[in-house]
Structures are given as C-alpha cells and as structure tokens.
Design a protein around this ligand. Structure first.
Ligand code: NUP
Length: 211
C-alpha cells in the first residue's frame, strides 16, 4: 500500500484542524512545516493529536549537530512522530537528527533531491546519490525524493533499497500521482487537497493510491 500524506501548509489553526479532520479517514499521516508552525506555534501538534495520525515535522533541519539536537528534541517533545532533515550538512549533523528521533521512538527522513525546478542546480551531478548513501549509513528511516522526476526516484531507490521513500511534488508541482505511487512508499500532497473546494473529497480521490 502506498501511503497518502497530507501536507498541511495553511496558516490558520482552525482551518488546519478542520481540513485535517475532513481528510483524516483518507490519509496516513500529516506533514506540518514552517508555514503552519510559524503561524500557530508547535502547539499545533497537540491540536492535531486527536486524529491519531502520525505527524511529520517538515523542518528540513540543517544545522550543526548540537543545534540539530535542540531542534529535534523540541519537535519530538511537542508530539511529532517524525522529522525531515537535510543531509548536505554532513553525516554527523544528519545522524544527530536520526539519533534524537530514535530516542523518542520516532523517525527521521533525509532530503535527497528536492522537487522544484531549481533543485537540479545543486542536487544533480551525484549529490542526491551521495545523500541517499548518507541516509543509509546514518540509519535514517527513509528519504524524501521528487515526484516531479520519477526517473530520479528509480535511481535513488537503487541506493536506499527497502528504506521508505516519501515523495512531494504531485498535483500543484506537476508530478503524476499514478506514476509516482508505484515507485514510493508515500506520496505527499498539499495544495491539491487543502486548496480544493472540498478537501475531504479530494483526499478521498487521492486515497485510491492506498489500495
Ligand atoms: O523536495 C521537496 N519538495 C516539496 O514540495 C521537499 C519538500 N518537503 N516539499 C514540501 O512538500 C513543500 O515544502 C510542501 O510542504 C509540500 C508540497 O506541497 P504541494 O506542492 O503539494 O502544495
């Protein structure tokens, strides 16, 4: 089964909770990033906790090991179940995120290649492959790979094997859900769901990938 992960990038607490509630029967996890946390604070995790869905903090953590540790401790103490971190800061810094996640019985995912057009500027030419290797060696739980470039997901899968691959970039960024769903463990969808007139109905439509 391919998971459907809702990327909840709205800026209002009430709206976030109501969209999450409407989508909850059709999704496997909720990803929250800077837009919603900067607008509401980390307490948004408690507001979403009743839905009993895994909460992923998409903070793309990218600092020195000690600061990464402080950030990840705050994330897991707030009630998140997973964190997304960058790997380009190096193995020691990425490993810190993994260690804190595992200490809290949570998960850490490493970004290998981003989904937007400009990502090819730095991630291509072997960097994404090295980041995938780093995800394996640092015992991360999985990677983030671009739904906008399925051929890159296939390449990165060769490196990470059975580790989870979660993929943003379908819908609003142009990625095709059916193509990507066959290649990954979870598809991350934001605007196509939360900007829809009926987010619950749209989540249900996307949730066919779970079958
Ligand atoms: O490479 C990435 N691309 C990407 O879009 C890594 C990400 N974490 N994201 C995030 O996924 C992005 O910040 C947003 O929260 C979500 C995609 O949202 P949407 O394009 O479906 O609206």
């Amino acid at each position: 089964m391919t998971e459907l992960i809702l990327s909840l990038d709205v800026l209002d607490r009430k709206q976030a909770v109501s969209i999450a509630e409407a989508c909850a029967p059709f999704i496997d996890a909720i990803k929250v990033g800077y837009p919603l946390v900067l607008a509401t604070g980390l307490t948004i995790a408690s507001d979403l906790a009743d839905l009993a869905l895994p909460l992923i903090a998409d903070f793309k953590v990218a600092d020195i090991p000690n600061t990464n540790r402080l950030i990840c401790e705050a994330v897991f103490s707030a009630g998140f179940d997973a964190v997304i971190a960058h790997g380009f800061v190096g193995a020691d810094a990425a490993r810190t995120c993994v260690e804190v996640a595992h200490k809290h019985s949570g998960a850490a995912y490493i970004v290998t290649e981003m989904s937007h057009p400009g990502a090819t500027e730095f991630f291509h030419g072997g960097v994404a492959e090295r980041l995938a290797e780093l995800a394996v060696s640092s015992r991360a739980d999985g990677i983030i790979a671009p739904a906008t470039r399925p051929e890159r997901i296939t390449r990165l899968r060769e490196i990470v094997g059975s580790k989870a691959i979660y993929s943003p970039g379908v819908g609003a960024q142009g990625g095709d859900i059916d193509t990507v769903a066959r290649l990954v463990d979870g598809v991350i969808v934001g605007r196509s769901i939360y900007e829809a007139e009926d987010p619950g109905a749209e989540a249900e439509r996307f949730s066919r990938i779970r079958r």
